[in-house]
Design a protein around this ligand. Structure first.
Ligand code: NAD
Length: 252
């Protein structure tokens, strides 16, 4: 039985993860943390400030974090202090926060950290990599769409797309939206759309002369991220103390 705790337990992702863990026979939901107290499928949710006492008392094998960047850094510190493996889906980290997380995790605790836990998106990233290798002289535009409550832009998944493009093509200027007179050069255009309850859409356009290729992924339900995070949680328990990606979990 793997004991699972959730930080951000009362949020959209936290609730979805709680439901699936609660319904899964070989996983035990031990509760979670959020900014206010509450319950998650009958289990206690304690205020964020009490995370150390919570981890000591409930002794989870793994903490799954879907919160906001600053909160996630503190939750990662707490998990490392208490020897609890991590699955981190939170996005919007600054480069300094990424560096802090690296120093807290490496050598202390195993952690799967991914801007997107869907299996489909992990395959989509590989397709984008392959297209970039072959179509480096095409114009490239990245478009993403999310629900009206999303706190960061562009999405973590779009940032991962940009990292992949930089790895394959060398670093190119990014232009975030365009307004007024624009002259296209070698830049990569990045566009974020926000509205309604869109779960998460991403498209990479490769536009050449006489043809275009679009590679797209569309998530219909956040259960797809929750299932991936739970797959990562099963995988990460007992691994060596370092940072892993969802690609490591999937073996791709
Ligand atoms: N990696 C992925 O596959 C994936 C998928 C979906 C969302 N996300 C990311 O996950 C994060 C959460 O998304 P969401 O839609 O569930 O947001 P949400 O706003 O619905 O939920 C976040 C929750 O975190 C809580 N929180 C804030 N500070 C906290 C703290 N210090 N300790 C504990 N809880 C705290 C909030 O009160 C809220 O309930 C975002 O960064 C989002 O971009 C990642």
């Amino acid at each position: 039985m793997i004991r699972v705790a959730v930080s951000g337990a009362l949020g959209r992702m936290g609730t979805t993860i709680g439901r699936i863990v609660d319904e899964t026979p070989d996983l035990e939901l031990v509760g979670g943390t959020d900014i206010r107290e509450g319950t998650l499928f009958g289990k206690e949710v304690v205020p964020a400030a009490q995370i150390d006492a919570f981890l000591k008392e409930k002794k989870p094998d793994v903490l799954i974090d879907f919160t906001v960047a600053a909160a996630a850094v503190e939750n990662i510190r707490a998990a490392a202090r208490n020897n609890v493996a991590l699955v981190v889906g939170t996005t919007g980290f600054s480069p300094e926060q990424v560096e802090t997380i690296r120093s807290v995790v490496e050598g202390n605790v195993p952690a799967v950290i991914s801007s997107n836990f869907s299996v489909g998106v992990n395959i989509f990233w590989e397709l984008v990599r392959k297209a970039a290798r072959e179509l480096g002289d095409y114009d490239i535009e990245v478009t993403e769409a999310h629900h009206r409550y999303k706190k960061d832009a562009p999405s973590g998944t779009a940032k991962t797309i940009l990292e992949i493009l930089d790895q394959e093509l060398g670093e190119r200027e990014k232009v975030y939206g365009r307004v007024g007179a624009t002259e296209r050069k070698n830049e990569i255009g990045v566009h974020a759309v926000r509205g309604g309850d869109i779960v998460g859409d991403h498209t990479v356009l490769f536009a050449g002369n006489f043809e275009c290729i679009e590679i797209s992924h569309r998530a219909y339900d956040r259960a797809v991220f929750a299932q991936g995070a739970i797959r990562a949680a099963r995988w990460v328990v007992g691994k060596d103390p370092r940072i892993y990606t969802m690609q490591d979990v999937l073996g791709i």
